[in-house]
Every structure is written in C-alpha cells, then in structure tokens.
Design a protein around this ligand. Structure first.
Ligand SMILES: C[S@@+](CC[C@H](N)C(=O)[O-])C[C@H]1O[C@@H](n2cnc3c(N)ncnc32)[C@H](O)[C@@H]1O
Ligand code: SF4
Length: 355
C-alpha cells in the first residue's frame, strides 16, 4: 500500500510530483479525503493482507505527528496489516522525530539527500544544505538500521568528485540507495533556468555519470537490483519489488495508482482528487509485466510469464529479440538485460513491444 502525502515546504525546481505548500487546514481536508478513499478500498480488498506500507510524497515529514498518527490509525483500523516493511520518505529540511516514527512501527526510512554540494542543492531549490542532510542521516541511523537515500545525477555544478564524496559520506549509514538521473519537466522552474543558461548534464554525460556511480557503489558492496536502485544484500525495497513483480497494490491520495487484478485505478492530479479506472486488456498487462520485470537485474521470470500469459516468452518474441539479443542474458528461467545496458531499457522496449 502506498500513501501519497501531497505537501512540501517548498517546491524543488525540478520536481513534477504532485504537491502543494504545507498548511494545517489543507492537511485536515486531505485526511478527510483519505478516510473516504480508505472506506472504498476496504470493501475491495477485504480478505487480503497488506504486506508493505510506503508513505511517500511530497514530503510526509512536513505534517505534524498528530496528523501522521491519524493517517496511520485509519489505515491500521481498516486494513488487515501484516507489515514486513513500513517505509517513510523524509526530507532533511522538514520535521517528524525518528522516535515517533519508530514507535508507530516504521522500519525503513528513505531520505531525499540528492547531493552534498551546497551550490548544487541551492541551484535546484532544496530547502536543506549538506550539513542538514548528514545530521539527518546521523539522527535517523540511531533509530533505524534500514536507511536509504536518494542521489540525483546530472544536476547543476555536479562533478564526479561530488558523487564520490557523496557515496563516501553516506555509505556508513545506509543500506540502500536510489540513484536518479535528472529529468527536466517542461514548465518547471529548472527548465526556464536552463533556458537562461544554467548547465545540466547532457544525455551522454548522464549515462557516463550513471556508470561511474554504479562503479563507485560497488566499492561499498552495493549491488544493483533495479535500474535506479542499489542495496546491500537482503536490503532491497520489498515495497518497490512488489511493483516490479507486477503484484497487486493500492495507492491512496492524489495521483496515486492502484492495480487490483486487471483493474487499474488512478487518482487525478489535484487536491480534491477523483478516482478513474480502466480495465486492462491482456495485451496491456503483458506489456506492463515485461516493462516492469525487465527493470530488475534478475529480469523476467519465464515460468511466471507462461503461467500468467499462457505463452513461451522466448518463442513469442523471438523475431523482435533477434536483432537486440546481444543486450540480453537468458538462462533456463529468466531473461534479463545485461547490467551495463539496463540504463537503456526504454530503447530496448521500443524494439520489443508494440505500444
Ligand atoms: C518524490 S521525491 C520524494 C522525496 C522527498 N520529497 C524529498 O525530495 O526529499 C522522490 C525522489 O525522486 C527524485 N526526483 C524527483 N524529481 C526528479 C526529477 N525531475 N529528476 C530526477 N529525479 C527526481 C528525487 O531524488 C527525490 O528524492
Ligand atoms: S521535496 Fe521532494 S516531492 Fe517536494 S518538491 Fe522537492 S523533490 Fe518534489
């Protein structure tokens, strides 16, 4: 289960995720909408267990403990929770104490650090600086063993030295790291800053930074398990693995999506959101399954594909695979993109799938 908390203290210049400025009154409205949505989903998944809970955003730690508790209590009272993982996304510039989160059962924290170069952080509109981020890591590491952080590649003023420094500083605290290549949304403040001359990495430079970063992470024994995600053994995100394995999930809050069987529910992109739904055709589900599982280092499970879609993947896609087979490894039960080409998954999918 995912809960989108749509508040931020300030909008970062590159960010396209749905959020509004934090306000106490708006939080009450949000909680009211969430309660209504919980009642709708409660009926739909009455006999099922929730194994992972992920509060993301936005900035979940921009709201008060009291409001956070209300959200958690509502979920706890209405669903059958059997939590193996309970993650909360934290921004180093916002609040919520680690003691509080630990006490309500959170066992994994994901910290949006992005960079430890103050000039870079400032240029992308982050509310915190490098010291705030390190202090946040230190504080949370006293309470949580399972810590993750986000690193962005390709942002202004970033050098390879910055990336090495970042990894060297955070490695002792974290078990997991998400590495995101900068995307510049149209109409974002960053886009207009770039138009006025601010420099960010080109596509080729981004690919080079990504390869450099994954090699740096190897020095600390971080193993890549998905295009953007690296972890120490057994610290992969159970929640995110569930998406990539195409299991059912529900998402609450504005812009959140759910998949239950062949039905996709998508909440609209506004504060007073509505739910839209769509029945997925077999072909759409097959495409989604392929797209998601090829993101993983382990790749697509051929037996599971056969079980769900009733076809042998290698036979069915043999013509399309032939010209791009050098990018894949196949063994008895899996087909996977070779690790050095994972970054090019989208281009390979264009060759493989009919969209
Ligand atoms: C939705 S944000 C939530 C984290 C938290 N709000 C924070 O920023 O500290 C999750 C992560 O997505 C990444 N992200 C957001 N927008 C991005 C963009 N335009 N390009 C690349 N990565 C992005 C950032 O690394 C961010 O930490
Ligand atoms: S704090 Fe996170 S969610 Fe909010 S604007 Fe920045 S990157 Fe986006």
């Amino acid at each position: 289960m995912y809960v989108h908390v749509p508040f931020c203290l300030k909008k970062c210049f590159y960010c396209d995720f749905y959020s509004v400025p934090y306000s106490k009154t708006k939080t009450q409205t949000y909680i009211k909408y969430l309660e209504r949505e919980i009642q709708e989903f409660k009926k739909l998944i009455a006999n099922r267990k929730v194994n992972t809970l992920y509060l993301g955003g936005g900035t979940p730690n921009s709201i008060t403990e009291e409001d956070f508790q209300k959200i958690y209590q509502n979920i706890y009272d209405n669903f059958n929770l059997d939590l193996q993982e309970f993650t909360v996304e934290i921004n180093p510039g916002a609040g919520l104490s680690p003691e509080f989160l630990k006490n309500i059962g959170v066992n994994r924290i994901s910290i949006g650090i992005q960079s430890l170069n103050n000039k870079s952080l400032n240029s992308i509109g982050r509310v915190h600086n490098a010291d705030d981020a390190i202090n946040c890591l230190k504080k949370y590491s006293k309470y949580f063993d399972n810590l993750s952080c986000d690193l962005m590649l390709g942002i202004p003023y970033q050098t390879k030295g910055d990336i090495t420094y970042f990894i060297d500083r955070v490695a002792e605290y974290i078990k997991h790291i998400s590495v995101y290549m900068l995307e510049v949304p149209q109409n974002s403040k960053l886009k207009s800053m770039i138009n006025s001359g601010l420099k960010v990495a080109s596509e080729d430079e981004l690919a080079d930074l990504y390869i450099f970063t994954s090699n740096e992470l190897k020095k600390y024994k971080f193993k890549q398990y998905e295009i953007s995600n690296f972890s120490l053994p057994s610290y992969q995100s159970k929640h995110n693995l569930m998406y990539w394995s195409y299991m059912d999930y529900i998402g609450l809050g504005p812009t959140a999506c759910s998949k239950i069987g062949n039905i996709r529910y998508a909440n609209t992109n506004d504060f007073y959101y509505k739910k839209e739904f769509q029945e997925l055709s077999k072909n759409e589900m097959e495409n989604e399954f392929i797209m998601l599982s090829l993101r993983l280092s382990t790749g697509l499970n051929l037996e599971i594909f056969k079980e769900i879609f009733g076809a042998n993947f290698l036979d069915k896609y043999s013509n399309k695979l032939k010209p791009i087979e050098q990018y894949f490894d196949v063994d008895n039960s899996f087909i996977k993109i070779k690790s050095e080409y994972l970054i090019f998954e989208n281009s390979l999918l264009v060759e493989l799938l009919d969209f």
